[in-house]
Design a protein around this ligand. Structure first.
Ligand SMILES: O=P(O)(O)O[C@H]1O[C@H](CO)[C@@H](O)[C@H]1O
Ligand SMILES: O=c1cc[nH]c(=O)[nH]1
Length: 232
């Protein structure tokens, strides 16, 4: 059974899926780390692959940019393909001043300015959080690899070029580590589906420093985060 956005058949996608925003990062992960790779999706160029990593079946598929896009793809993976866990392997802009390019952050929680949670019609504010088991295993794996990671809050924003130039300072004041655009929806979809999700992100630029990586480096440069995600 395919969907309007995914031509994969049920059974072609593993229970564990890595999900970068960039479909070419998905291709890079498949080509670099997976064996016996089969491509299951090219619809809209949102490339998806299944293969094995250290003998275990795993899939990797792009999510596209932003909450509506990952909202669709992760919903379909959880509900129509029986996927059990999705690990976003994203890029993020640093907010915390002690973060530098290529540092790895793990989203224990994900704040958002999106209205995505309105669909659940809750009488308050839902706090999107990572699956604790995945989080704990990712932190342990990073320690084993001697990769220093920061664990804390992310903010998943609907807006990349924000007219309000003060907004990132205010998230920073609340201790939010980094800004990206998908984790909160992924965590909400996982909660709704009673599945597991985690967002690991690598710092591609800093909102309060000059440095930034190139698009090529964002596609292929974040191997520590990829290896943590693959190994847990
Ligand atoms: O590099 P990815 O995983 O796409 O993540 C970040 O990069 C995009 C913005 O440039 C957004 O999708 C944001 O979340
Ligand atoms: O969403 C994102 C991702 C990387 N860098 C940013 O500033 N924002």
């Amino acid at each position: 059974m395919s969907t309007p956005h995914n031509s994969g058949e049920k059974g072609e996608i593993a229970k564990k899926v890595l999900m970068p925003g960039d479909p070419l990062r998905a291709k890079f992960i498949a080509e670099t780390y997976l064996e016996d790779v089969r491509e299951f999706n090219t619809v809209r160029n949102m490339l998806g692959y299944t293969g094995t990593y250290k003998g275990r079946e795993v899939s990797v598929m792009g999510s596209g940019m932003g909450i509506p896009s990952i909202g669709i793809y992760s919903y379909e993976l959880f509900h129509f393909y029986d996927v059990e866990e999705i690990i976003r392997v994203g890029s993020a802009g640093g907010l915390a001043m002690d973060l530098n390019l290529k540092d790895v952050v793990i989203g224990m929680g994900a704040c958002t300015d999106s209205s995505y949670q309105r669909q659940f019609n809750l009488p308050g504010t839902f706090a999107p959080i990572a699956d604790y088991d995945l989080l704990e295993r990712a932190v342990k794996k990073a320690k084993d690899m001697k990769v220093s990671v920061k664990v804390g809050n992310l903010v998943s924003s609907d807006v990349f070029y924000n007219a309000d130039e003060t907004v990132n300072k205010r998230w920073q004041k609340m201790g939010v580590l980094a800004v990206e655009m998908e984790a909160a929806a992924l965590y909400m979809n996982a909660a709704w589906a009673k599945k597991k999700a985690l967002c690991i992100a690598s710092i591609s630029d800093h909102l309060f420093k000059e440095d930034a990586l190139t698009s090529q480096e964002r596609e292929t440069g974040f191997t520590q985060m990829m290896e943590i995600a693959l190994d847990i």
